[in-house]
Design a protein around this ligand. Sequence first.
Ligand SMILES: [Zn+2]
Length: 647
Amino acid sequence: MAKKFKPTFYVTTPIYYVNDVPHIGHAYTTIIADSLARYNKMAGREVFFLTGTDEHGQKIEKAAAEKGMTPLQLADSVVTRAQDLWKALDISHDFFIRTTMEIHEKGVQKLFKNLLDKGDIYKGEYEGWYCVSDENFLAEDVPLNKEGVKVCPDCGKKAAVVSEETYFFRLSAYQQKLLEYYEAHPQFVRPPSRMNEVANFVRSGLRDLSITRTTVKWGVPVPGDPAHTIYVWFDALHNYLTGIGWDWDMTLFKKYWPANLHLIGKDILRFHAVFWPAFLMASGFPLPGCVFGHGWWLKDEAKMSKSKGNVLDPYVIIDALGPDPLRYFLLREIPIGLDGNFSHEGFIHRVNSDLANDFGNLVHRTLTMVQQYFGGAIGEREDESADDRALREMFERVKAAVLGHYESYAVNKALEELWTFIGAANKYLADNVPWKLTKEPDKRRRLARVLWQAAAAIRGAGHLVAPVMPGSAKKIWELLGETAAPFDVPFADFRFADLKPGQAMKAPVPLFPRVDLKEFLAAEAKHAPPAKAEPKEKTMDIITFEEFKKLDLRVALVLKAERVEGTTKLLKLQIDLGTEQRQIVAGVAETYTPEELVGKKFTVIVNLKPAIIRGVESQGMLLAGLTGGKAVIPFFERDIAPGSVVQ
Ligand SMILES: [Zn+2]
């Protein structure tokens, strides 16, 4: 017989921005991907599941400078936030890609170079709205305000039209090809409403895409022209190729590419459904099977965002209940394409009714009776009755429906369907009254049958729910005395009747404890950070004289000055404060040479909290005027002793 090759399934999440604190929204995408990865493994496919972090760009550069770190140091220090959360949520990704990895950066440069040689990338002039204070071009879709200008969404300042040299991707050449592709592959973008949105956007006309910046330094340099940095989307999207071995493990790459499923939030649909397939067409790669734009979890009917202060911390739930109730709720509550509203009441209601009452009770009752009536191992059982057969046949029907729903990414429907079976199993127990049968000695074999039937139903439900609640499914199978884990048994090999009657089952442990809403909310209030206040109109802050007196201002004499390595703005100064010597870091190197400052006297805030700036400790701050972004220091022009009070 010819060797059969297993089909493959390659699923991705977006790479998350490394400096974000991951919240329920990030967790949602990753949990969907994980459940579908686990389902596909159990469906007999070879699976690759990729997630990771986007670590380039100006925001990282800026945040790092504020903390006195290099951008990579900052990324290294925060990337664990995502990695730890995925561990806590039982996420089973095969590879975690970071865009700062060499395999990725080299791949992006090579892809860029290939398209440049081919003519799909060319150098031109980019004109756009530019924010001077953030040194950044605004996104094209920022609207004009009433005065006909664009306002920077980051800092609120007016932007100006500026042009710079840039590399363009010839997106306009792909308009027709994309439309033809959508036409031939209506499942390429899901749900269908989003396919329409994308096709309309493309039909309205595509302009060539600027894909490099000279104003951004932290990123992948353009090969052969390092003054230009490859802009975020061209860099980030290609992680789906480099993360699966492109150009460093071509066996792996060929095995899994094209991806079956890119899961994304609907806000980044255009990048994935227009730019990404155009990049791939240009480079000659086959296109992924599906870009699925899932909905958002809203909190109090508003999108969660840091600035609104309504971000949900997943650890509040994980710490109290473990990962499975959260995984179950997010996947059960809404279809993947729609928005959902997260409320604690809704969450707790579902956990209590579906998990604690329906499934948890079924397991608990059954295992308790197996212990009490049979000492843990069900004995000789009667033949299958009509009622028994009905439950078994229902399982087969439900199983086929559940697998069909998983297959079409309708996880909420899979769970809904499965719970009809759990309901039927509870009803089976109620109808067959094992607690009465145990009182009739001649019904011993019937009692064994009923409990075996219930245990087999639990085993089957545990198997079908394993992609969504892996930890609980594994625990349920252990309680039933199974030696295999549910994931080790492919769906095709699972048989309802394979539960061995004599096998030793364990006493029940609480699987899904009931949650008390009040206690839960109290725990959450302690856990959650205070909401950020709404940004106020800028007004002049008045301080009292007492507040001013808290500043310890002193005359400082510069003993020694040198540049801070790797910077153009910073000087490291050794200063004399009369009673002590200190080191401060000051952003004055664009106005003064180190030699110029030695022997000079100026004012320093002495009681400012010490800070590390670019890896150098600064114990205090000098006062200077700012002109055109450059610092001018007011020196003392008459003799005054170092350490004298300034007031
Ligand atoms: Zn700005």
